[in-house]
Design a protein around this ligand. Structure first.
Ligand code: GLA
Length: 390
């Protein structure tokens, strides 16, 4: 976690006056343990909040300005809080701007302007939800200062809407939900259709979750992501011949799907749909395995998830596949898979604590030999969702 006193001094350098009256908030990044590309299909996901994320320092202004700065970038900008518009040149600032816009749309009239200093600890483009973390921390902080109700499910929905509409990224609800509702040492079993959820204690005993960053930037991810969404919608349309009321693939179980999948004529669409239905089932099997403390079985399900994302959903790519293949060769690894949207970004592996040093060395060497890139590793502890730091 960042040194708050130092951040307050940086705030004063950017926005002036004294360190009094600055309030501090934090939202984590997230890692998804299993259930990938199921959220926008109304299925289950199983993410967890990380201990690192975005720290936000906020202070009211005398006027209706919106001051935006980040310790990760040199620029400081002051806009009007009363009229924010998307501007590509504003880059990451479009995330907090989108939230200001969304708060307006809920009918809140800001009582003043605000200065905001962000401190991001999530590597950019790593697929650990840095944008969701910025959105959720901004919404939580501004609603707190405006004395508005703090419903973290509504905050997640508002953040997703802002990412969809203001920033034009058609993401599902998983990232914003995990960042807003995570709990230390728990993963979240979330049904994305109804938003019912359970906080499941994640006791992995002598095994640790190790995140591996491919450091491959996720180029083209948005267009490929939207294409996958469209293919899932196509599958739903085809299956309506048997299920006229069907709106989301997640509404069918494996048996129902298998009995009707002949209706899907396009081979690629069929592969995509098969992944979604089986992946949702893997999440449910994971719950049974974890309840029985069967980490070996959970690891197998993680492997099954990756293989399906590689072969059926086709969102992995050489870097993620190489990192996962290298991870699985290390003794003491129960399972390894990609996490997040894919095409680059991160993997997550379940590794015995005595094997972690060997894991880092061996996987790093093999990954570089295979791809020419250098991987980073983070041994992950599960942290809390968004909160005010007092
Ligand atoms: C990205 C999206 C999520 C989800 C995952 C894939 O992280 O933001 O909504 O769809 O990809 O599971």
């Amino acid at each position: 976690m960042a040194n708050i006193q130092e951040l307050k001094e940086q705030f004063v350098q950017r926005f002036g006056t004294s360190t009094d009256d600055i309030q501090v908030f934090h939202a984590p990044g997230r890692v998804n343990l299993i259930g990938e590309h199921t959220d926008y299909n109304g299925g289950y996901v199983f993410p967890a909040a990380l201990t690192f994320g975005t720290t936000l320092l906020v202070r009211k202004r005398e006027d209706k300005g919106l001051g935006l700065a980040s310790t990760n970038f040199a620029e400081t900008k002051v806009l009007s809080i009363e009229s924010v518009v998307y501007d590509e040149a504003d880059d990451w600032m479009n995330y907090p701007k989108g939230i200001v816009n969304e708060i307006h749309q809920t009918g809140v009239i800001f009582s003043s302007g605000y200065d905001l200093l962000f401190h991001g600890e999530i590597p950019n483009g790593a697929g650990l939800s840095s944008s969701a973390s910025i959105e959720v921390v901004t919404a939580f902080a501004l609603l707190t200062l405006e004395n508005q109700p703090l419903d973290t499910v509504k905050i997640a929905l508002m953040s997703q809407k802002s990412e969809n509409e203001f920033n034009g990224v058609q993401c599902g609800i998983m990232d914003q939900f995990a960042v807003a509702n995570g709990k230390k040492d728990h993963a979240i079993l979330l049904m994305c259709d109804t938003l019912e959820y359970d906080l499941v204690p994640f006791n992995s005993g002598d095994y640790k979750l190790v995140i591996g960053n491919t450091n491959k930037r996720r180029g083209l991810v948005d267009s490929a992501y939207n294409e996958r969404r469209a293919q899932c919608e196509q599958a739903v349309q085809d299956l309506r011949a048997d299920y006229p009321e069907l709106t989301l693939l997640g509404q069918l179980n494996i048996e129902q799907f298998n009995a009707s999948k002949h209706l899907i004529k396009d081979e690629v669409v069929l592969k995509r749909a098969q992944h979604v239905v089986e992946e949702i089932d893997r999440v449910l099997q994971s719950m049974t395995a974890l309840k029985a403390n069967d980490l070996v079985q959970f690891g197998q399900l993680m492997n099954g998830s990756h293989d399906s994302l590689r072969d059926l959903y086709e969102v992995t790519g050489h870097e993620l596949d190489s990192l996962v293949a290298a991870a699985r060769k290390v003794p003491g690894v129960l399972g390894a898979r990609m996490t997040g949207a894919g095409f680059g970004g991160c993997t997550v592996s379940l590794v015995h604590e005595d094997s972690i040093e060997q894991f880092k060395e061996q996987v790093a060497t093999e990954y570089t030999a295979e791809t020419g890139l250098v991987a980073d590793f983070y041994v992950c502890t599960i942290g809390n969702g968004v909160e005010q730091l007092k």
